[in-house]
Design a protein around this ligand. Structure first.
Ligand SMILES: *Cc1c(COP(=O)(O)O)cnc(C)c1O
Length: 395
């Protein structure tokens, strides 16, 4: 494929079936465990390589891996059964007893649990740092600091991190930078150009994009690939051809979907900012939101996930608002075509920093519905909240 193709063209062309005469556009779905060889010699050649057995991947999984690596400018990609397993596999591959890990305080909570239990049990120490630390990360570097983990923006609280500054310091001290890049997708944050060594995505989210696949991907530099890949294979990580096909099919429309998710998120935040109950919008792509300047400097676009901090509300008022939603569903995850709303608690997940807000935090995923319908749903929700709040104010 042409090396100068832009992102949209790569999305349409990479990972297709081979160009035989009369071949279908898409790669076939390989369902496989046993692979057969017709000579001792062929069996011997394949032995010990990923091509010997079904777990090692198929042309379907390879097509998706190649497309993802190409999109973000990685050397290679490895698919895992979930986003969380992409995170845990990378950390376990790179860290060992006695090592020290620096972890952003804004990290996705299951990553935090993994550090507190599994990494601690293996003698790997984790220190949490303020996501806005920038080059002051230097003050936390220890002689045994092997890795710095970043997630930007944080997928619950949306702080944007100064990845180039953090990478510069980490590398100077011989540490590796791992990034959970799920929010921006390979399209809107070119992690490797900003100094990241391992970029991780929950492909469950925008890459698949249709709320029907669980998958993760580890993208890495040429230097780190052999070490991570060896461990990845020893763990037995693999994904099915069916899931890889679905994810590749979702990937084809990533740029058009993101454009609409982003536009809808702008419309929703614009409307939300005018509601008297709203204390702060957390959407780095929006002027006035925390992290906007860094987002403008380093990102090429946004996705449709953002936070809204309300002024303090009673539980009854929040229940009245959220229980009656019709356009928005309540559920974990995001990045599919559908709109979601989730009440969350940021303060509960902090150890290095203090969460500055005391009102409820809503995490909203702007889906692909018409923004008028989403806004009408929110408007009715705020009306229910106000009705409860005004009765409570009377008693
Ligand atoms: C969802 C998510 C994950 C985990 O992905 P799963 O596929 O659900 O395991 C990791 N990081 C972030 C930022 C996520 O939003």
């Amino acid at each position: 494929m042409n090396a100068t193709y832009s992102t949209e063209t790569v999305l349409a062309h990479e990972g297709r079936a081979h160009n035989q005469l009369g071949a279908p556009v898409n790669p076939p779905v390989y369902r496989q465990s046993t692979l057969l060889f017709h000579s001792l010699e062929a069996l011997k050649t394949a032995s010990g390589t990923p091509n010997a057995y079904g777990r090692g991947g198929s042309p379907t999984t390879r097509a998706l891996e190649n497309a993802l690596a190409r999109l973000e400018g990685a050397y290679r990609a490895m698919l895992t059964p979930s986003g969380l397993s992409a995170i845990t596999t990378s950390l376990l591959a790179l860290l060992g007893p006695g090592d020290h890990l620096l972890m952003t305080d804004s990290v996705y909570d299951p990553t935090r649990s993994f550090c507190a239990e599994t990494l601690a049990r293996l003698g790997i120490e984790t220190t949490y740092y303020d996501p806005s630390i920038g080059e002051d990360i230097e003050t936390l570097m220890q002689p045994n600091t092997r890795a710095v983990f970043v997630e930007s923006p944080g997928s619950l609280t949306f702080e944007v991190q100064d990845i180039p500054a953090i990478s510069r310091i980490a590398h100077r001290h011989g540490a590796i930078v791992l990034m959970d890049n799920t929010w921006a997708t390979p399209l809107h944050f070119r992690s490797f150009e900003h100094g990241v060594d391992v970029s991780i995505h929950a492909a469950t989210k925008y890459i698949s994009g249709h709320s029907d696949v669980m998958m993760g991907v580890i993208l890495t530099t040429e230097t780190l690939f052999p070490k991570i890949n060896r461990f990845y294979r020893q763990l037995g990580m693999t994904v099915s051809g069916d899931d890889a096909y679905l994810a590749l099919r979702g990937l084809r429309t990533l740029s058009v979907r993101l454009e609409r998710h982003q536009r809808n998120a702008h419309e929703l935040t614009q409307w939300l900012a005018q509601q008297p109950e709203v204390a702060q919008i957390l959407y780095p792509a929006r002027p006035g939101s925390p992290g906007h300047a860094l987002w403008r400097r380093d990102f090429t676009g946004a996705s449709g996930l953002f936070g809204v901090v309300l002024h303090p509300q009673s539980d009854d008022a929040m229940r009245a608002m959220l229980d009656g939603m019709t356009c928005f569903g309540m559920g974990y995850s995001w990045g599919g075509f559908e709109s979601l709303i989730l009440r969350s608690s940021a303060a509960r997940y902090r150890t290095a920093t203090q969460w500055p807000w005391d009102g409820p935090l809503l995490r909203i995923h702007a889906g692909l519905e018409h923004p008028d319908d989403m806004i009408a749903d929110l408007e009715a929700g705020f009306a229910r909240l106000r009705a409860v709040a005004s009765v409570q104010a009377e008693v």
